[in-house]
Design a protein around this ligand. Structure first.
Ligand code: URA
Length: 434
């Protein structure tokens, strides 16, 4: 018989999961409500999370875990908006400023984009840290304010309210300090509980694959995508995923203000063509999910996407035209030989930007607005010995030595251009989730 005391139940569940047994849905619900109520302590929950990392969870356990997290808080209702809602979630990468452009671009084409975003941790950047470099811009909105910005601008980028999936907030903080982030069932339930609670009608998942991502290979990324799609669809959220390459940084800028600047370039019709191509592809997928057939690309060139971005930023207290904080170039890494640039390793560049101050080691650490790395060449380009490839930027010269160490093996130069690499590796939709 299942013990009614949550502490005793937790011990039983830890022992069961340690040996690979499946947990009953009602036990998972009871455990997570006991954890939120303070009846199950952090050590027990940490032990269970570690057991889940090693033994995994089956579909019915993942469903129950996700449901318990959704039910731990409020569920927003966005159905009174006049536009269909569609959100996008990236599992995180290096130089990934796609959301900053995508949300206003999709809004310019007639959908509403409720983009709840997070902060960076480790070598991957966070959308909120980037947006906060815009003078005056506020990430923290209460649910009514969020709704009002969404209604006015067609898009909103903000922090998740503490009332949405509070169990995930607690669990994520614990996973972060106990080495239990990298688990497909835990990542899938964490992301999807917030998206379901947010109230979006449709969702595009950008699952990053490669050295700079959580998922090092396509097989695991596909499994994560399929798990999230199944969860989304079970709540009536039309969900689809793209698996995209994260072996090299996205675009040229990695950091906070430097990434906002690059995003603004794209919103003004410029920016690196590869990055712009990915933004347009993702916008097409999002619009298709809500039945809008308009081609989004012209809205980047005719100012409509920028107009949405500026409206959103102003509605959140920011000045979209104010100069962004700018650091100095403190060091440059040059090509050691002539040849073709085969790769700029995403993880190494992300770690270098982090060490320059763009990222944080603990969730309470501040980040530098100006720090980062600028990539001055892209994969496949011909380079000459001595040509500048990477600039380290920021305000603190003392950080340079440590950051340069991270770049020791970042640059790969070969005699031939190497295979053509596509950013979109695969598309996963609900028909392929079995
Ligand atoms: N992002 C989330 O929101 N949760 C995870 O578990 C990992 C990435």
């Amino acid at each position: 018989m299942t013990p009614s005391d949550p502490g005793a139940l937790a011990l039983e569940l830890i022992l069961a999961k340690k040996t690979g047994a499946a947990l009953a849905p009602q036990d998972i619900a009871h455990l997570l409500s006991g954890y939120l109520a303070g009846q199950v302590g952090e050590p027990q929950m940490a032990a269970l999370l570690m057991a889940v990392c090693w033994q995994g969870m089956n579909a019915s356990e993942v469903d129950a875990w996700t449901r318990a997290m959704v039910d731990s808080g409020i569920r927003q209702d966005l159905s009174s908006l006049s536009r269909p809602t569609v959100d996008k979630h990236s599992t995180g990468g290096v130089g990934d400023k796609v959301s900053l452009v995508l949300a206003p671009l999709v809004a310019a084409c007639g959908a509403a984009v409720p983009q709840l975003s997070g902060r960076g941790l480790g070598h991957t950047g966070g959308t909120l840290d980037k947006m906060e470099t815009i003078p005056g811009w506020r990430a923290q909105l209460d649910p009514d304010e969020m709704f009002s910005v969404l209604d006015q601008a067609g898009c909103v980028i903000c922090a998740a309210s503490p009332e949405l999936a509070p169990a995930d907030r607690r669990l994520y903080a614990l996973r972060d300090v106990t080495g239990t982030v990298e688990s497909i069932p835990l990542i899938a339930s964490s992301i999807m509980s917030k998206k379901v609670a947010e109230g979006t009608g449709a969702l595009l998942l950008d699952v990053k694959v490669g050295s700079g991502a959580f998922m090092p290979d396509v097989t695991q990324a596909r499994e994560l995508a399929r798990t999230m799609i199944r969860l989304g669809e079970s709540y009536g959220v039309r969900t689809r995923a793209l698996l995209t390459d994260m072996d090299a940084p996205l675009g040229h800028a990695v950091g906070n203000a430097v990434e906002v600047r690059e995003a603004i370039d794209i919103l003004h019709g410029g920016g690196p063509p590869t990055l712009r191509g990915l933004v347009v592809r993702e916008a097409r997928e999002m619009l298709d999910l809500v039945g809008i057939t308009e081609d989004p690309e012209p809205a980047l060139d005719d100012g409509r996407a920028w107009e949405r971005f500026a409206t959103m930023v102003r509605a959140q207290g920011g000045d979209p035209d104010a100069p962004l904080p700018q650091g100095q170039v403190l060091a440059t890494v040059a090509a050691e030989r002539d040849g073709f640039l085969l790769n700029l390793d995403a993880r190494s560049v992300g770690v270098a930007a982090w060490r320059m101050g763009a990222g944080r080691a603990r969730s309470e650490d501040p980040v530098s607005a100006t720090a980062g790395v600028i990539c001055r060449a892209e994969r496949g380009e011909r380079v000459e010995q001595g040509q500048p490839l990477l600039d380290l930027v920021g305000d603190d010269p003392q950080r340079v030595g440590h950051a340069l160490e991270a770049l020791k093996r970042a640059v790969e130069i070969g005699d031939a251009p190497g295979p053509d690499r596509q950013l979109v590796l695969e598309r996963v939709d609900p028909e392929h989730t079995a």
